[in-house]
Design a protein around this ligand. Structure first.
Ligand code: CO8
Length: 257
């Protein structure tokens, strides 16, 4: 049984992972890493699950990697163990991932939110990469994903000063999909997850893959990838059903095949 997270299935087709180390503001230690990546992989393997929500507490999504765990490590320790490379497993999850962020999303917490596909943020959310204030730099993709999300100017500002940005600034900069009142964050995230889970799961996975290609390839390659995957959707029963339902003026019933 996991000890640092809660895993539930609160609605049809929806998995929910809640970070649960309240005393440490959900700081991400090695146990959290193992438990989150394992839970996400298990939900990803479940053909009934069409979307996964990852959330924290009202005060903190996650206040970063666990500084107390990192503090005694030497270069050879973190290098030999390839410290935090395990988080890459989350980016291999093919089911759409929704981050529901309230409170602090700092350092590794911000980086974890950025590994998700949709980022819903409460009006209390605060984002930052404060690693520089600890004498280190982002190590879970922050300098890369943040720069791709918000551009060089703001990423440099955040990584070099360690300052936090509030949710309005984060949304303006393109980091956040939507701002939601804190009290309805989880409901909104679960409703979004249910909506995505109600689509054709293969189509949702393909859309996720195609958008992610925009981060990893040039435009010509990305457009070609998109077009080939688009062609591939015509091999699914869900394409037949989706288009038939439109012409027959009814709601589609997708069977995920
Ligand atoms: N790690 C460990 N413990 C933490 C962390 C953390 N990141 N953040 C908070 N805590 C603990 C505090 O130590 C405190 O515990 P205790 O009660 O035992 O002293 C408890 O959580 C509550 O925290 P505070 O009392 O500080 O709460 P405040 O409301 O006063 O402040 C803040 C909240 C502003 C979020 C503050 O806790 C803070 O600044 N936290 C650290 C934020 C930070 O620097 N995060 C970046 C960490 S480095 C990182 O993420 C690098 C990722 C990549 C590494 C790659 C390595 C190879």
């Amino acid at each position: 049984m996991p000890e640092t997270i809660l895993v539930t299935r609160p609605a049809p087709g929806v998995g929910l992972i809640t970070l649960n180390r309240p005393k440490a503001l959900n700081a991400l230690n090695q146990q959290v890493l193992a438990e989150v990546t394992e839970a996400a992989a298990e939900l990803d393997r479940d053909r009934e699950i069409g979307a996964i929500v990852l959330t924290g507490s009202a005060k903190a999504f996650a206040a970063g990697a666990d500084i107390k765990e990192m503090q005694p490590q030497s270069f050879s320790d973190v290098y030999a163990a390839d410290w935090f490379a395990g988080w890459d497993a989350l980016t291999r999850v093919r089911t759409p991932l929704i981050a529901a962020v309230a409170g602090y999303a700092l350092g590794g917490g911000c980086e974890l939110a950025m590994m998700c596909d949709v980022l819903l943020a409460a009006d209390t959310a605060k984002f930052g990469q404060p690693e520089i204030t600890l004498g280190v730099i982002p190590g879970m993709g922050g300098s890369q994903r943040l720069t791709r999300a918000v551009g060089k100017a703001k990423a440099m500002d955040l990584c070099l000063t360690g300052r936090m940005m509030d949710v309005e600034e984060a949304e303006r900069a393109g980091l956040v999909s939507r701002i939601v009142p804190a009290g309805s964050l989880l409901d909104e995230a679960l409703a979004t997850a249910e909506k995505i889970a109600g689509m054709s799961t293969p189509a949702a996975m393909m859309a996720k893959e195609a958008v992610n290609r925009a981060f990893e390839t040039g435009l010509t390659e990305g457009i070609l990838f998109e077009r080939r995957v688009f062609h591939g959707t015509f091999a699914t029963a869900d394409q037949k059903e989706g288009m038939a339902a439109f012409t027959e003026k009814r709601k589609p019933t997708f069977t995920n095949c």
